[in-house]
Design a protein around this ligand. Structure first.
Ligand code: OXD
Ligand code: MN
Length: 624
């Protein structure tokens, strides 16, 4: 029988294990003063039990809540969250199962300046990461964690990243004092007993310890210990800093594991495009944070494409894990089970599928609350509401000059809400990737689309990609920075070894994906976007798919292969040949500026830039 959820005296209840389908299991010997909650009070093995116990001793929570990932548990946690003021229940007729959370106003985005790779030697972390020597980092954070959960509950959140049974699926366990984090993790990952089952006797799991602490930016540390498969995060409850399965595990730790084990963990969306003949081509695309990955992954093609039988399906909107299969093909899975997307700008024009995703069972963070319990954000409707409560909880009236929703307000929605979820989203074998796209937000200089000459050139194009910074990370907005493979804040080891790993992966593939670069954000002299974007990106994608399958025409340019106006289908679009030429124009002065900007990265790496990429740059200079 399942033990009662709130029975604090009955600890280490063996009775739950057979129900969970677990054979061997281990008691978790927590001190008697700790109130034990949740249905699943066993660990799959002694290593897990000992680690949980150590963290309990360090953080000294009053309660320990074992998450099993069930629907009943989720309801219980939401109810508790409403009682504690962590969640506001939204209008359940309009938004069934939806809740609003307002974060601390100092805790609204990833804080790259507080994010560290902690290794014995600085060279392990390389020139693009903040580094702390591992022992010094453990000492510093241990002092912060000491007693930090007194009066609080520690949630034990076991989770799996990746479809169950996938060769790349990884188990993590997050111990957190944030109920908000625990419920978000139940949406973003395959969370609960499934993780105990996946782990069994294995001691290979990512040890994730998280405390919001006193949410003081001066005591905020997001520390990764790749050699110990460990993440310690203190002082923030924000998604990318606190939902440790996401950026911390699925990118920073996983990129390190991938380098050791021969696979890739990338900041990429995954999508399928099915043509009228029923052939599906899978594409992975790396764009930096808040540059439209979710919109592209859920794109609705223009009407004429839909009528002709084209269909877009989503595998993932943020992270891809990719490996070379025994046929020499690159395969990919999405390790996540939900979307943590940027809300502002999302509406029925820009992304109707996302609007369907967030219509139920969704957590909204830092959006505005309307008088009828609905939510609002800039760009949701053309006409703003007359009044609302803004993301900070203050009364807001139209034209008051403040934003109602934070520019980095977010939704957390389960992927099963997606009306165009790809049928392979849960397939442990993943899908074969035919094309890789790199891109960013560039107002000038970079054309709409070009194709790299080959894999090594593609690695170069990805490595030097730049993008204007966004509100997804704290700091200046709109400044071009080099963001190799959109992974600059997420590479968990030395970028020199990361780029070399990409080059080596190419050698293992018999039929490597074709590589492209796209820029939906180029602007004209009038400051307006040159390309209409959103669903019309299907036209660019159709050309990409054609090139991937060995047809589709293009001409050679200094950047790579580029389509002219006759090579891309512009039918039915109010877009002249001249407009297309402007979106694709190459200008020698701008290309020279670009190659100079790329030099930033080369300087950072000093002599460590892989020589294949040095040669590619020389050749690019020669072509300009
Ligand atoms: C994200 C990010 O939240 O990249 O996906 O910041
Ligand atoms: Mn992201």
């Amino acid at each position: 029988m399942t033990s009662p959820a709130s029975d604090g005296d009955a600890r280490c209840l063996r009775a739950t294990a057979p129900e969970l389908g677990l054979g061997a299991f281990t008691d978790i010997p927590v001190p008697a003063r700790v109130k034990v909650m949740g249905a699943m009070r066993v660990a799959p093995n002694a290593t897990v039990a000992a680690w949980i116990n150590q963290c309990v001793e360090l953080c000294q929570p009053d309660g320990l809540y074992y998450c099993d990932g069930s629907e009943a548990e989720r309801q219980e946690l939401f109810a508790q969250g409403v009682k504690d003021g962590i969640f506001i229940k939204l209008n359940q007729e309009k938004l069934p199962g939806c809740f609003l959370h307002r974060s601390n106003t100092n805790d609204v985005a990833r804080t790259e300046q507080c994010t560290f790779i902690c290794t014995p030697n600085q060279d392990n972390a390389g020139p693009t990461n903040n580094w702390m020597e591992s022992k010094a980092a453990y000492d510093k954070l241990r002092a912060l964690y000491h007693g930090c959960m007194k009066g609080r509950t520690m949630y034990v959140v076991p989770f799996v990243m990746g479809p169950i049974g996938s060769p790349l699926a990884k188990v993590g366990i997050e111990l957190t004092d944030s109920l908000y984090v625990a419920v978000n993790m139940s949406i973003m990952t395959r969370m609960g007993q499934v993780a105990w089952q996946q782990l069994g006797d294995d001691d290979q799991f990512t040890r994730c310890l998280h405390s919001v602490g006193d949410c003081n930016p001066d005591r905020r540390f997001i520390c990764h210990f790749p050699f110990d498969n460990t993440i310690w995060s203190f002082g923030s409850g924000y998604g990318g800093n606190a939902l440790l399965g996401k950026k911390c595990l699925a990118l920073r730790i996983a990129s390190f594991l991938g380098q050791q084990q021969g696979w890739l963990a990338e900041h990429m969306l995954l999508m399928g495009a099915t043509n009228p003949q029923g052939q599906t081509t899978y594409v992975a695309a790396a764009f930096p944070s808040a540059c439209g990955k979710t919109n592209f992954a859920m794109m609705i093609p223009p009407e004429q494409y839909r009528k002709a039988g084209w269909k877009i399906t989503t595998l993932g909107d943020d992270i891809a894990w990719m490996w070379v299969d025994d046929q020499g093909k690159l395969r990919a899975i999405n390790p996540e089970a939900g979307y943590f997307g940027v809300v502002p700008g999302t509406n029925f024009e820009t992304n109707p599928n996302a609007m369907h995703c967030i219509a139920r069972n969704t957590i909204y963070t830092n959006v505005a609350l309307l008088p009828d319990g609905d939510v609002w954000w800039e760009g949701k409707t053309a006409k703003p509401p007359a009044e609302c409560i803004d993301w900070t909880g203050q009364k807001w009236i139209v034209d008051c000059g403040r934003k109602a929703a934070h520019p980095n307000s977010r939704f957390t929605a389960p992927m099963i809400n997606n009306p165009v979820l790809d049928q392979a989203a849960n397939d442990p074998k993943g899908v074969v990737i035919s094309a890789i796209l790199f891109g960013g937000r560039r107002s000038s200089g970079i054309p709409l689309v070009f194709q790299a000459f080959n894999w090594v050139h593609g690695v170069y194009v990805g490595a030097v990609a730049g993008s204007e910074t966004t509100a997804a990370a704290s700091g200046a907005i709109g400044v071009v920075r080099r963001d190799p493979m959109a992974m600059l804040p997420f590479i968990g080891y030395n970028i020199r070894d990361y780029l070399t790993h990409w080059l080596r992966m190419g050698k293992r593939m018999s039929d490597a994906p074709r590589v492209f670069h796209v820029n939906w954000f180029r602007k004209g002299a009038d400051g307006k976007f040159l390309w209409p974007g959103f669903g019309e990106n299907m036209r660019v994608l159709e050309w990409i798919i054609a090139r991937t399958h060995g047809h589709g025409s293009a001409h050679e340019t200094p950047l790579g292969w580029m389509p002219g106006p006759g090579d891309i289908n512009l039918d039915g679009l109010d877009f002249s040949t001249e407009q297309f030429q402007r979106a694709q124009a190459l200008n020698t002065a701008e290309l020279k500026e670009e190659v100079q900007g790329q030099g930033e990265l080369f300087l950072k790496l000093g002599g460590d830039m892989p020589k294949e990429l040095v040669f590619k740059r020389e050749m690019f200079i020669g072509r300009i």
